[in-house]
Ligand binder design. Structure first.
Ligand SMILES: *Cc1c(COP(=O)(O)O)cnc(C)c1O
Length: 344
């Protein structure tokens, strides 16, 4: 078999959700946008619903509709992009809860689906999505009279606890929502870890569920094993891969494994990452190509069937560091060619 195996520990996702849930008094939602950060939104949401999660968040109405098919009726499915032109069918049939982010969206929603559930998204300083404070204050009473399910905003710098932006956004959010009856939400994973002042009625963790930073104590969720296709001897002075990027400093054994940048193993990672045979590191040599990676297995007595890229010895965030990006991008780039294996 030449396809790599991406193992996803649903039990660890559940434990991460429970750990984050225990930090706050309010409800804990689960963000499963981008197909559950690349891992499988349906399987993850079903596992979390089983242990008590009642609110899920996706980016688009299409994602929401697929999730409704998987979850059935009952759980609340919030859509961050709100109610866009063309979304009405999905919002209605999926019984989705769009997080309306402008007066235009409010008008569209109440005209297209009068009485249909919704939430409101306010901008407290990130300047990305949501009503500006002034816009909000102008429509607040009308909007609240329609009984939104949730009034939310999003933090720009929550992964940096000491960033003054956090307190500033908290103050803005409080100033424009204190005293309202509707449930409020401000915190994603980072905000949940900032402490109870940020929790309000609902937290919305995403990356922490999947074992990524800033949730440093998260249980690891992902293991990625790449099958070895071929092993060859390379003499000192010979080169390996595109651009002759690696020159063997000594006679070496080089393994070629199945997996490359088309699978989300970002090319920029290059030889900063390591593959592992059990506990033995096997440095990546030469360039990552579309479907293949080469690694130095000279130190191995016996060559195994697979080498591990992510797992016990190298976390999602370690790979992200090597590639000059963040764990979120590594997870959501994981390609479609992997054989995804789920454990409870
Ligand atoms: C993606 C997202 C989240 C989840 O963020 P994490 O950092 O992954 O926990 C929460 N809220 C909004 C608005 C988002 O876009």
């Amino acid at each position: 078999m030449t396809s790599a195996t991406l193992s996803i520990d649903l039990g660890a996702v559940v434990r991460n959700w429970q750990t984050l849930d225990a930090l706050s008094e309010g409800e804990t939602g689960a963000v499963v946008k981008a197909n559950g950060y690349g891992l499988d939104a349906a399987k993850i949401a079903i596992a979390l619903a089983r242990v008590g999660a009642r609110s899920f968040f996706v980016a688009t109405a299409d994602e929401g509709l697929s999730l409704r098919d998987a979850l059935g009726v009952g759980p609340e499915i919030y859509v961050f992009s709100g109610h866009m032109d063309g979304d009405t069918h999905q919002v209605r049939t999926g019984e989705l809860t769009p997080l309306l982010n402008s007066v235009d969206q409010m008008l569209r929603h109440v005209e297209a689906l009068p009485g249909h559930r919704f939430g409101l998204q306010l901008d407290s300083g990130m300047n990305r999505l949501g009503m500006e404070p002034a816009e909000w204050l102008a429509v607040r009473d009308i909007a609240l009279s329609q009984q939104p399910e949730l009034v939310m905003s999003h933090l720009a710098c929550a992964d940096e606890p000491s960033n003054p932006m956090n307190a500033q956004q908290l103050e803005t959010f409080r100033a424009i929502t204190d005293g309202i009856d509707a449930p409020r939400s401000l915190a994603a994973t980072g905000g949940t870890l900032l402490g109870s002042a940020y929790h309000f009625d609902m937290t919305r963790p995403g990356v922490g569920l999947y074992g990524g930073l800033p949730f440093a104590d998260a249980a690891p969720v992902v293991t990625l094993d790449l099958p070895i296709i071929q092993v060859r001897e390379v003499e000192a002075g010979e080169t390996v891969g595109y651009g002759n990027a690696w020159v063997a400093p000594r006679n070496s054994h080089i393994a070629t494994v199945s997996g490359g940048y088309a699978d989300g193993i970002i090319r920029a990672m290059g030889s900063k990452a390591t593959l592992y045979a059990g506990d033995t590191p096997c440095p990546v040599v030469g360039r990552v190509s579309m479907d293949l990676i080469t690694a130095d297995v000279s130190n191995l007595g016996e060559v195994p069937e697979t080498l591990q890229l992510m797992g016990k010895h190298q976390s999602v965030d370690a790979i992200a560091d090597a590639a000059g990006t963040i764990g979120y991008e590594i997870l959501t780039s994981l390609g479609q060619r992997y054989c995804r294996v789920f454990s409870e």
